[in-house]
Design a protein around this ligand. Sequence first.
Ligand code: FE2
Ligand code: FE2
Length: 292
Amino acid sequence: MNAKFEQIANTSAPFALKAAFPVRRMDFKFQDVPKYWLGDDPASTHLLTALSVMFPDGERYFVDSVRAVRDLITDDPQLQKDISAFIGQEAMHAKEHHAFNTSAQIHGLHPESLERFTYNLLHVATKYVFRDSPKMRLAVTCALEHFTGTIAAQLMRRTDIQDLMQDETMKHLWLWHSVEENEHKSVAFDVYEKLYGSGVSAYLNRAIVMILAITFIVAAKFGFWATLMYRDGQMFNLRSWRKGLSLAWGRHGFFTEIIPDTWDYFRPNFHPWQHNTHALLDKYRTILGMTA
Ligand SMILES: [Fe+2]
Ligand SMILES: [Fe+2]
């Protein structure tokens, strides 16, 4: 696979407190990725590229929201270690997806130019809809971390979708990101509950934010998808749209199948690890040659 991999954290001395998961430095080379790297199909490829353009600024928003409140946690050294590793992993995801988004310019699609819309969407929505408080920013992060963790688990389960990725670099990028999203999926949530509890007020806050955040993200994702199809001159390629829509929202669609797990977030006693993905993590860490 076309990536260097180096573990840069979680290698402290025996018995020293360690994060529950490591930070891995990645350096993918995207220059040989074909234009249509998923199913040799425009709409299927642009469906996932539209997700990729959300990651660089989305991940930085997650990092900033957790970093803004971490000093309030003074009695949980393990959580502090996990926050540091969470920040390291998300920073690496932002870097690598930005590198892919930039590399795709050679095909004239300019996905990197859409990253700014994600930044504006998150920051304008936070300011005017979510009243711009650290608590609300963290609730947005919890909601979107659940969404990305659920998507990631789905991608690890769906070998049929992995098989559509003819390009090994892209397959490695998505599976590496999927593993790490599941490794750190509870960090923001644990910080939220540590600081704001799990009572009625904290629950209603995170549930309402989830409804709004998902609405914004799904709308933006469709907008990015359509923009990439337009830039590619494929806007009226109905055959490709049918393939892409079926892949996303068909009976066994990528997004259709995550609805139940996404919905679980609305249970008052929800915690991300109620979705047990340890076996999936073990499987893909082995396949990708990662250390735990
Ligand atoms: Fe990430
Ligand atoms: Fe994440």
